[in-house]
Design a protein around this ligand. Structure first.
Ligand SMILES: Cc1ncc(COP(=O)(O)O)c(C=O)c1O
Length: 411
């Protein structure tokens, strides 16, 4: 088949790397993506020649920097199809920062003793721990919906927990361990039917699934820039205005204020009310080239076909390895993204990952910041290989061959 990845690969200098004298096969994309030349060039340009703080000064450099920063926000709004009358995009330093903002401010405004926050068993720590902290502060409790054996999340299981004590559902669009697209649209509809708002963790979903916030009708949508070709230290909290208006600010400081006196401070309008201090203006500006590329890739039929071929290939070939289990393998492979977490009987995932590393293949191993979920399926952690459109079928084949070799060495 034709190989769309080879054109895309040329845009990523990081992929030209070698490790231990071998060409790098980078399969740790669910942790962070490599950055394209367009993003690297803009970062360098802004740092070298156009560095000035935003929203503060009248001089040209500052005005230009402000425009770049706000262009980054507009790029995110376009990518998520935000209706500006309904919602807006708050910049954060990443998904974790966005969840901490949301859990702190939402709980301060809406949570009381006895209330509940509903999450799934397959959440990343950043969609667990901030809620635990909020529950400790307010006396609310965390309710967890289990996932099915095949890694899918049942709408019925969510629905039966939607009592009038639940004040928010906070759920991953795609788990970073299971790689299965959750039925978030149906979950949102079920929650809304009972007047319950829904926050979606789009850290993986924004890369691999539909993230039109109007179509989803989610109340909050969260993701990190670095998983979708933007620099680290970038991220967003999309929220509906009615909640963002009602919730108190998160951090206090410059830019988030309207007027300050020792007697009383009033706050800036949205979204700046939630953006205290000097933000990562260079990084957020880079959403423009990052999302331009992501936008091209998400509508490419060739990219889609290659992704489906890699999923089908791995679902079949990995299972030929004796004692190998894949976690998150639904019958309907159309909901599976090219992310495979696995364990092989009689081997430790970290040992396998170390052998693969020596072959130039970068994968993740361990608890993957989703310890409760991983422990349910495997007491030694897991090994995860995750693909982006720049990965080739040849790399998928090399991964399978490398894994076979590593298993043979360890058994
Ligand atoms: C599903 C999911 N949620 C949240 C996060 C947290 O993202 P970050 O570490 O960039 O804040 C990740 C990162 O791996 C993730 O995969």
């Amino acid at each position: 088949m034709s190989n769309p990845a080879s054109d895309i690969r040329n845009q990523f200098p990081g992929l030209q790397n070698t490790v231990y004298g071998r060409p790098l096969i980078y399969l740790d994309n669910a942790a962070t993506a490599q950055r394209p030349a367009g993003v690297l060039a803009l970062q360098a340009q802004l740092g070298e020649r156009e560095n000035a703080n935003i929203h503060r000064a009248v001089h040209k450099l500052s005005v230009d920097a402000t425009n770049r920063y706000e262009a980054g926000r507009s790029a995110v709004e376009r990518f998520l199809n935000v209706d500006p009358a309904v919602g807006c995009v708050v910049f954060t330093s990443g998904a974790t920062a966005a969840f901490n903002l949301l859990a702190t401010c939402f709980s301060a405004r809406y949570l009381q003793k006895g209330d509940q926050i509903l999450i799934s068993e397959a959440e990343h720590h950043s969609n667990i721990v901030p809620w635990q902290l909020a529950c400790e502060r307010t006396g609310a409790e965390l309710v967890v919906v289990p996932v099915e054996e095949d890694g899918t999340l049942s709408v019925a299981e969510v629905e039966k927990r939607l009592t009038n004590r639940v004040k928010l559902v906070s759920i991953a669009q795609i788990s970073n361990v299971l790689g299965v697209v959750n039925p978030v649209r149906e979950i949102i509809a079920a929650a809304h039917a009972k007047g319950i708002p829904v926050a979606v963790d789009g850290a993986q979903g924004v890369v691999h699934a539909a993230c039109d916030v109007q179509a989803l009708d989610c109340d909050f949508y969260i993701f990190s820039g670095h998983k979708i070709y933007a620099p680290t230290g970038t991220g967003i909290l999309y929220g509906k205005r009615r909640f963002l208006e009602e919730m108190p600010p998160y951090m206090g400081g410059g830019d988030m204020v309207d007027t300050v006196s020792f007697a009383r401070t009033t706050y800036n309008t949205l979204p700046l009310k939630y953006e205290a201090g000097t933000p990562n203006f260079t990084g957020q500006a880079c959403f423009v080239p990052a999302l331009e590329l992501a936008d091209t890739l998400r509508y490419s039929a060739e990219v889609k076909a290659q992704e489906r071929a890699i999923v089908a290939y791995l679902a079949e070939e990995l299972l030929r390895i004796d004692g190998l289990r894949i976690f998150g393998l639904p019958d309907d492979l159309s909901t599976k993204i090219p992310l495979f977490s696995l364990a092989v009987e009689g081997t430790h995932p970290s040992d396998l990952a170390q052998i693969l590393d020596k072959l130039g293949i970068a994968v993740r191993s361990g608890w993957m910041c989703a310890e409760p979920l991983v422990r349910r399926f495997s007491d030694r952690g897991m090994l995860r290989a995750s693909f982006l459109p720049y990965n080739t079928m040849a790399e998928a084949e090399a991964f399978v061959a490398g894994l076979q070799r590593a298993v043979k060495m360890l058994k």
